[in-house]
Ligand binder design. Structure first.
Ligand code: GLU
Length: 295
């Protein structure tokens, strides 16, 4: 086997059919290319008690199997600290004291871009920085040398997106997602990242960050999300969308797998193995999956 894929759920609640579908896709992309497949629990924040085990049970129930050991972000603090220190030592960081409100105001100013940090704190004088340090703890940001980067995505082709001065460590001392994901993927040799396409716009930042840390960026496949009937991202409140809810409606696990398979254009597959046999990345739907849960 060469190369590694992964699935990285956040244990903030139960997985819904859209999450299970993304997990199955990540597994199929990896296994159909002879890769190892790893599971990472992204438990740095928004953790709900019991959710990790229920998520892993549900992923196993639909037929995912992953190679040990399981990785938990909450156990990887030393690796994040080392990566952050490497960037600090290389002079690629600065302290940021902006509040959310200041960032929103700056981004909506005439030359700002919504969603991108405009670099306000990058040019603080030593005196200004010292003054602001007395007001609130600093976040650490990347001092980016580029404004955009291009990644290779199996579904989206060459995708170019903005790279701004992303937060590397939040002002509460927690490592930021964008740094953690890069450090974690590199540590287990991930060279193929399959996840929901809500994260496509983050990929250029992460790939650039990887490059700065001496890591070769992975190949990506950002897959369409599951939406509700109103076109919003599927959520638990949309009805029976978890394995437990669906079981109460009389749907066995293989019924749910068959439903997911059908949504991917794979007919007559009722197990993960049967899906894998039929898996053809080129034939995957490029549109979101609109989920209509059983009444
Ligand atoms: N934990 C993220 C999520 O559940 C996925 C992050 C990733 O795959 O890079 O949406």
């Amino acid at each position: 086997m060469s190369g590694t894929g992964r699935y990285a759920p956040s244990p903030s609640g139960d997985l819904h059919v859209g999450n299970l579908r993304t997990g199955l896709l990540a597994w199929m992309f990896a296994r159909s290319t002879g890769r190892s497949f790893r599971m990472r629990v992204e438990d740095l924040d928004r953790v709900r008690a019991g959710a990790e085990q229920r998520q892993l049970d549900d992923l196993a129930a639909v037929g995912l199997e992953w190679d040990p050991p399981l990785v938990r972000q909450s156990e990887r603090g030393d690796a994040y600290t080392a990566a952050l220190q490497a960037l600090v030592d290389a002079g690629r960081t600065y302290e940021c004291f902006c509040t959310r409100r200041e960032i929103a105001e700056a981004a909506s100013a005439p030359h700002g871009t919504p969603g991108l940090y405009p670099g306000t704190c990058r040019t603080l004088s030593t005196a200004e920085r010292d003054a602001r340090r007395t007001e609130r703890p600093a976040a650490i940001r990347l001092a980016s040398e580029v404004v955009e980067a291009t990644v290779t995505d199996l579904l989206h082709g060459a995708y170019t997106g903005p790279v701004d001065d992303v937060v590397l460590m939040r002002n509460d001392g927690v490592v930021a997602y964008n740094l953690a994901v890069v450090v974690d993927d590199a540590a287990i040799g991930v060279d193929q990242v399959v996840r929901g396409d809500d994260l496509l716009s983050s990929a250029p930042r992460q790939a650039y960050l990887a490059t700065l840390l001496g890591i070769a960026p992975p190949t990506y496949a950002h897959v369409p999300l599951a939406l509700n009937a109103d076109g919003q991202r599927l959520a638990k409140r949309d009805g029976a969308v978890t394995l437990a809810d669906l079981a109460e409606r009389g749907l066995a696990v293989d019924d749910v797998v068959a439903w997911i398979a059908e949504s991917l254009g794979m007919t007559e597959a009722r197990t993960a193995g049967e899906m894998l046999e039929r898996f053809d990345p080129a034939a995957l739907p490029r549109e979101p999956w609109v989920v209509v849960p059983p009444a």
